[in-house]
Every structure is written in C-alpha cells, then in structure tokens.
Write a protein of this length. Structure first.
Length: 309
C-alpha cells in the first residue's frame, strides 16, 4: 500500500491528505435540517448529516488528492450510528480509489493490540470465513508501550501489505512535556524516530517503508531532524493551516526528490467555507470551497518545494 500512496502522490502532484474530521458545527445548516427532517434530532440524524457532508467533500476533491484521513473520535461521539458513517466513509473513499489513513491512535499490548490491528487493518475469522472490518490502508499508532504495543500491528501489516504512521513528534502545544525530554542529551522523540526507522527497515516498499511517522508541522526543526534520522520513512505531517503550519515551514520534511512527506489539513479544508478567504462560497457551496482550499494548499506546498531547490 505504501507503493500505491507514493505513486498517487506523484500522479496528483499533491503531497497532501484531507482530514475528514467532521464536527457538527462544520456541517452547513441546510444539510443538518434535511437530515433532522428525515431522522429527527437523534444520533442517526446527526450521523446522516455527517455522512452527507463527507460525501459532498469527497465528491469534490477525490480527483485532486492521493489520500484521506478520517479521525475516528469524531464518529465515535455519535455512537453506533457514527461508527457506521465512519465505515461508509472509508468504503466510499475506496470506491474513489483514495488511500485511507485511519487516524485511530491505538496503543496497547498483547491480544488487545492484536485486536486493534485486526479491526483496522487485518481480517477477523468468523467460522470458516475471514472478514475485513474497517479496512483502512494505514492506521496511526501510539508507541508508548514500546515494541509490545507495536509488534501486533507490524505483524498484520506484513500479512496484509498495509502500513502504519507511528506518533513521533505531535503537533499539539504540550507535546514537549514528554516528547522533548532529554535522554543523554537528545530528545525522546529522536529515540522514537530511530525505532520507527528500525521497525520500518523490516517492512520496506519500493522506495519507502510501510512504517511511517507522525511529525507535526508546528515543529519544523523537529521535522528537519527527523528527515535525517528516518530517510526511508514517509512522514505524515499534521498541523498545517488551522494550527499554524504553512508550506514554507515544511520543505525539510521532504527528501530532495520532493517525496517523503504527506501533509494533513482537516478543518482548513472541510470547513473552508467558514473562513474569510473563502467567503465568496455560500454554505450551499461548501464543497466548492473545500476544493479551492485543496488547490491553494497544493500550490502553497509545491511552491515552497520549488523555491527550496
């Protein structure tokens, strides 16, 4: 799957991923009203509104991008109805030939970790048959448990030719409370990055490992360091746009071939119609605003990469 993702990045010339993280506050009122008319002010009504919102965005951007990243918590908060929409969203993105990164941030040990890996990337045995449950192509994993928590995911990835993005240096303001702690003069996240490169060497694609890393756009110096530590690792970069990251900050996350990183934007794209720069788009044309935000993001990142050459 890493080979497909890299090829789609090359084909689209868009090293970006759209984060499908739908808060109800992002969904235009006309969509919510229609869903409530059909299902009432219920979890099913809210979930249907999220589904209609997602579908509109996917339909307007799938030809521009290589991948999407649904964040599971935004669906879990709507209970079983929300999880059904999570599944529908994954399936629909696959119909559009998009690579799906399940932002699930799982982390546990033993049989529990194995069950998480099976649910999101593998196949569960039911009698004489095997079924894929959520069936994402990649999943995000918290490495805090060490190899005990990561190994079950590595095993499933090798079986299914799927991948991981392991948290190394996250984009949130308090990430440094633990991740920046110095051990023998080096930050903890550097040690984690070395482990990611080590694990990834065991599961290589053509140019990059199936085992990627998450390094936030809000810490460009960490990105520059991690690019050297993990030369064959694809870096997933959250924090672009709404969290302050911009293309000029990100050039060091990429290798000299212009590959090696994929940058995420969530509300900056899916709620673009609420931003002043896209005020010309009405709520009814929210998906057109999302498409324009994708085009602007592609131009920003590619422009920064060209200037850096």
């Amino acid at each position: 799957m890493i080979n497909k993702l890299v090829e789609k990045i090359k084909k689209t010339k868009a090293p970006i991923v759209v984060g499908l993280d739908p808060m109800l506050s992002y969904v235009p009122k006309h969509i919510i009203q229609k869903s409530y008319e059909a299902y009432g002010e219920t979890l099913k009504g809210a979930a249907d509104a999220v589904w209609q919102f997602n579908k509109g965005i996917i339909d307007h951007v799938y030809d521009l991008i290589p991948a999407v990243k649904p964040q599971i918590a935004l669906y879990e908060q709507l209970g079983v109805e929300g999880m059904q929409v999570f599944q529908k969203t994954i399936d629909y993105c696959h119909e559009k030939d998009l690579v799906v990164i399940g932002d699930v941030k799982r982390g546990d040990i033993g049989s529990t970790s194995a069950a998480y890996a099976t649910a999101h990337l593998g196949k569960v045995t039911v009698g004489s048959r095997k079924y894929s449950a959520f069936n994402e192509d990649f999943a995000t994993v918290n490495p805090y448990f060490g190899i005990d928590g990561v190994q079950p995911f590595l095993d499933v990835c090798k079986q299914e030719q799927k991948g991981l993005f392991i948290l190394v240096k996250t984009s949130n303001p308090s990430s440094g409370e633990f991740q920046d702690r110095l051990i023998d003069g080096r930050p903890l996240y550097e040690y984690v990055g070395e482990k990611v490169a080590e694990w990834g060497a065991q599961h290589m694609g053509e140019d990059y490992s199936y085992i990627g890393a998450v390094v936030g756009a809000t810490y460009p110096q960490a990105g520059k360091m991690m690019r050297k530590v993990m030369p064959k690792t694809l870096i997933l970069v959250p924090g672009y746009g709404a969290q302050g990251g911009k293309g000029a900050d990100l050039v060091h996350y990429f290798n000299e071939d212009g590959l090696g990183a994929i940058v995420n934007s969530s509300r900056g794209i899916i709620a673009a119609y609420k931003q002043e720069q896209y005020a010309r788009f009405s709520p009814e044309n929210y998906a057109d605003a999302s498409r324009q935000a994708v085009l602007d993001m592609i131009a920003d990142i590619n422009g920064a990469l060209q200037e850096a050459k």
